[in-house]
Design a protein around this ligand. Structure first.
Ligand SMILES: Cc1ncccc1N[C@@H](C)c1ccc2c(c1)OCCCO2
Length: 115
């Protein structure tokens, strides 16, 4: 509850938990569309439609270079991946389904680890 949230917030423990969570996301079988930045040359229209691209390798780089002040700023970037996916991909598509699967997994795990 509140006390736990405060304890998790800007402590190193909160960010160490983000590393655990990110490793689980990267290892998930449905992570494949989200592991590296979308190459806009390979995906026509992506650069125009998606204003704030994000992917797991970029999040990892930001974690390593201390660009997240707390776990909440980390969560914002993870959710950006799923929002971008829903915006660009049909729900009934390979990548769309992978995005929904990853979001369900993520929502469950961060609640268990960080709340
Ligand atoms: C997350 C996302 N959203 C929209 C489009 C692509 C992606 N992911 C990228 C990594 C990707 C996945 C599948 C691809 C692809 C690129 O290359 C074009 C050829 C088809 O295969």
């Amino acid at each position: 509850e509140k006390k736990a949230r405060l304890a998790q917030d800007s402590t190193t423990k909160g960010l160490a938990t983000c590393r655990v969570l990110l490793a689980e996301l990267e290892a998930h079988q449905d992570a494949w569309p989200f592991l590296t930045p979308v190459n806009h040359k390979a995906v026509p229209g992506y650069r125009k439609v998606i204003k704030k691209p994000m992917d797991f390798s970029t999040i990892r780089e930001k974690l390593i270079t201390n660009q997240y002040s707390n776990w909440e700023t980390f969560i914002v970037d993870v959710n950006l991946i799923f929002e971008n996916c829903e915006r660009f991909n049909e729900d009934d598509s390979e990548i769309g389904r992978a995005g929904h699967s990853m979001r369900i997994f993520f929502d469950k795990r961060w609640a268990e680890l960080l709340m």
